[in-house]
Ligand binder design. Structure first.
Ligand code: MG
Length: 391
């Protein structure tokens, strides 16, 4: 007899952190009454804590699947969408066709213009939970369901150097280099001495074998970005991320045409419908899909689109408890052209206690490489510590 979805529940999780994301508060930055900071460098809102939305799907036969999406800002918006829109539609449905369900849920709101935003974040969480459920039911990792695992280990690059001064940031990168990491990405928006000085100091301090990437945080006009990236090129920049505003597709394409390093982008994009015009304009050389925004079904479609257009995929990693990160490793492991996966040390390591393996091996990132979990579904599930923190 077919199993059916009995219950879909969204939980908000809040995890304190020592240093705010993107480093200590800078001059002119303060925490508002809702607990958010506006970062002056990129004019973007961040919480002082780590926060996430964890989604649980239970079936009538007692199986459980876990998903997760962004909860860093307005997590109650996602919970409301799940409670009011998605859960009632999903209850009673056979959960065994995640991609079909994903398409059906997308259709529910498309004529109202919900092609992205919190609605798609909510869909990502549902999609991950459905794939997890299917993998657990069949006793195989999600990567097996997706066509098979090509990479058992995935190289991770160190993302963000959350220290107050350039000297401290270099020392921080050198610590990670000593642990075996080869790639380092700095955030140009918090490079107080300028991106060029940051790049030069990192190259000098990390040596010729390191790969150095710059996240430009959507901050520049196309001509500004071209001038800046050209100044970084002699120091062998590996890629330039998010040079211009995400809406400025022509501008980003112009940057891509005029610089000698690949433009990387995509963390803010949720569907192939958003990726297609950028790929069509040849605006990117490296795609950075974010599992917490795409879910597994759409992540794979983006991966296929990149593959068909000779674009390497280097998935984004962000603030979460580890469930969508595990999903990202599962889906990434099936991609052919995958040079690296982002590694957010300040999130991945402290939050690893929030998940546990569903098999014999937990996910980890040591000496520069992620090792994938070997258990069914995501390969990880909430630990007792996470279950206790769900609200
Ligand atoms: Mg970024």
């Amino acid at each position: 007899m077919t199993d059916r979805i009995e219950k879909v529940t969204a939980h908000v999780v809040t995890i304190p952190r020592d240093v705010p994301y993107l480093g200590p508060l800078r001059e002119g930055e303060s925490v508002n009454r809702a607990g958010y900071i506006v970062r002056k460098g990129n004019r973007t809102l961040y919480p002082t804590v780590d926060r996430s939305v964890v989604l649980r799907i239970d079936t009538e036969k007692g199986l459980t699947g876990w998903g997760e999406t962004y909860g860093i800002v307005a997590p109650e918006a996602v919970r409301a969408i799940v409670d009011d829109v998605l859960a009632p539609v999903l209850e009673g449905r056979d959960p065994s066709a995640p991609a079909v369900i994903h398409e059906d849920l997308y259709d529910l709101m498309r004529v109202r213009g919900f092609f992205g935003g919190f609605y798609l974040d909510s869909l990502a969480a549902v999609d991950i939970a459905l794939w997890d459920l299917l993998g657990r039911r069949l006793g195989v990792p999600i990567s097996t369901l997706l066509g098979g695992r090509r990479h058992e280990r995935i190289e991770g690059y160190v993302s963000g150097l959350p220290r107050a001064t350039l000297d401290e940031r270099l020392a921080f990168a050198q610590d990670w280099q000593a642990k075996g990491f080869r790639g380092f990405k700095f955030a140009a928006v918090v490079a107080d001495d300028g991106a060029e000085a940051e790049m030069m100091a990192l190259r000098e301090g990390l040596g010729p074998k390191a790969e150095i990437m710059a996240d430009l945080h959507w901050r520049h006009t196309a001509p500004e970005a071209i001038r800046l990236i050209r100044r970084l090129e002699p120091h062998r920049l590996f890629f330039a991320e998010a040079p211009c505003a995400p809406e400025d597709i022509e501008g980003i394409a112009e940057v891509a045409r005029h610089v000698g390093v690949p433009v990387a982008l995509g963390e803010e994009l949720r569907t192939v419908f958003e990726w297609q015009p950028r790929i069509g304009a040849r605006a990117l050389g490296i795609g950075q899909p974010e599992m917490g925004r795409t879910g597994i079904t759409e992540f794979l479609r983006i991966g296929a689109l990149c593959h068909a257009n000779h674009i390497a995929v280097m998935p984004h990693a962000t603030i979460g408890v580890g469930l969508f990160h595990a999903a990202s490793l599962q889906a990434s492991s099936t991609l052919q052209k995958l040079p690296w996966h982002e590694y957010q040390h300040s999130i991945f390591e402290p939050n690893r206690r929030l998940t546990q393996a569903t098999g014999t091996r937990h996910m980890s990132c040591d000496a520069g490489f992620y090792t994938l979990p070997d258990g069914p579904g995501l390969g990880v599930e909430p630990s007792p510590a996470l279950l206790a923190a769900l609200s």
